[in-house]
Design a protein around this ligand. Sequence first.
Ligand SMILES: [Zn+2]
Length: 218
Amino acid sequence: MKIIEACQGKAIELKAGNSLKLINIHGSQVVDLWAWSGSNLNEYLSLEATRVWSQRLNPQLGDTLVTNMRNPILTIVQDTSPGIHDSFMACCDLPRYHRLGVKGYHRNCFDNMLESVSELGYEVPNPTLASLNVFMNIAVLDDGISLATRPVETKAGDYTTFRAEMDCIVSLSSCPQDIVKIQSDVENKPREVGYEILDQDFSNFAIKSTWVPEYSLD
Ligand SMILES: [Zn+2]
């Protein structure tokens, strides 16, 4: 297992068919995830297009994540966590911390994403605040429209595995948020997380979509 230190980011190049296992070592940590086509960084993971594809608020085990060009890029093929992930909330960035009262610099997921991709020798042409927030617990309340920000419910050692559906670059950020109570650490302290590239063949996982054409042009 490789380690992403607390408050740091890491970008990883995957070939189609590779799987990336993301391990919540302490069980308390939110991890922000972005993905781009390996051959064209103008094509990237789109949560809004993923919601159209899956007809779900947030992705679950077996769901495929798609790009802004509507192509499958990642599929969730393992998930030992309670399956609570968030696709609503913008990643943290420096303006967010300044709004929260921080003076000066504070590490943040947006910069972690940019820095991690540049370490691979690439530049993100259209950086977006829209990350998949793995393990993040944003509850939809009973009125169906209000959201509540809650601590992670994952246990130590829980993991979620993503299979690459195309050659791609994935960026992971061990979220540095230590003001808003999103980590389940008692001190809301950001912690390290782990990852592995698996040899295991998840080819039994067929891509599924509940997509059906809503309108006929006939
Ligand atoms: Zn963050």
